[in-house]
Ligand binder design. Structure first.
Ligand code: NAD
Length: 285
């Protein structure tokens, strides 16, 4: 049974161990540890959990993570000033502004203010543009994590019919660029897509990033397809479940990521990898 499960947790652990060894080596040679600056604005409870996960991962691999917790009513200008300061900070390799931001703040202004050289989330227009050119620089973490899993499981994507549900800037759109780069025929669908089932039933590779628990069921998926469930849905009983009804589709498909333990851990690991990439550009030893 386990053969079908793409174990993001296991792969993530191995990759983080590799990063940890690399960091130890750098420090042994007299360099400072890699540094991440995180900015959290407001009180979004999911954001706090995501930041906690990133803090734990950074500690594990030996990165320094500095967190700025700003009040919900913080002015955009204050955040821009902080980003400006962090852009110049020689001990900070990567800057991350936790999304979503409060409504009075223009998210695009904030993401553009982060130097593309320190954009560990890969959301800056420069980095998105590089990905569109099939010449990626720093890549958005969740799509990058999914590509890493496809490679680790030796799944050949060339020529696959890939369908992505969800067109967000952080998952769906960069995912489509990644899959184009890896030879898929790619369709992005969203809440206005007509007859969604027609698309999903034709997908060799299905990426689901909606945020609706158990949305995808057996009759919606193609036989022997590969499914990546990006959705994170916190239920009232505290359980976390995905957008795909795992039990219902399991017998029909060939691979699937579980929730939790699939895509989520890889997102965090990709963030660490992105930081390491920038750090290594700063220290060529
Ligand atoms: P979002 O919340 O910005 O947008 C949701 C997307 O789903 C939109 O494109 C919308 O058009 C689409 N959608 C909504 N209802 C739909 C329907 N009935 N049919 C088809 N499409 C529909 O998206 P997001 O920020 O990419 O997040 C999506 C989910 O992925 C959330 O559950 C989020 O928590 C999760 N997420 C997980 C990770 C991870 O690391 N596992 C990372 C990012 C986001």
């Amino acid at each position: 049974m386990l053969k079908k499960i793409i174990d993001g947790k296991k792969i993530s652990k191995k990759l983080q161990e590799k990063i940890c060894l690399e960091v130890k080596k750098k420090i042994k040679f007299g360099n400072r540890p890699p540094g991440i600056a995180v900015i959290l604005v407001g009180n979004d409870s999911s954001s706090k959990i995501y930041i906690r996960e990133k803090q734990i991962a950074c500690k594990k691999v030996g990165f320094v993570l500095k967190c700025w917790k700003l009040q919900e009513n913080t002015k955009e200008e204050k955040i821009l000033n902080l980003i400006n300061k962090l852009n110049k900070d020689l001990e900070i390799d990567g800057i991350l502004v936790q999304l979503p931001l409060p409504k009075h703040i223009n998210t695009n202004n904030i993401l553009c203010a982060i130097s593309y050289k320190k954009d560990i989330d890969g959301f800056h227009p420069y980095n998105i543009g590089k990905l569109c050119q099939k010449n990626p620089n720093i890549r958005a973490c969740t799509p990058k994590g999914i590509i890493t899993l496809l490679k680790k499981y030796k799944i050949n994507t060339c020529g696959l019919n890939a369908v992505i549900i969800g067109d967000s800037n952080i998952v769906g759109k960069p995912m489509s660029m990644e899959l184009l780069m890896y030879g898929c025929t790619t369709t992005i669908t969203h809440k206005f897509t007509k007859n969604l089932k027609k698309h999903t039933k034709n997908a060799d590779l299905l990426i689901v990033a909606i945020g609706k628990p158990n949305f995808i069921k057996k009759s919606w998926v193609k036989k022997k397809s590969i499914i990546f469930d990006v959705g994170i849905n916190r239920m009232k009983n505290g359980k976390i479940i995905g957008d795909v009804n795992f039990k219902s589709v399991y017998k029909k498909i060939s691979y699937i990521t579980p929730v939790p333990g699939g895509v989520g851990p890889m997102t965090v690991t990709s963030l660490l990898e992105n930081t390491m990439l920038i750090y290594n550009k700063n220290y060529k030893i």
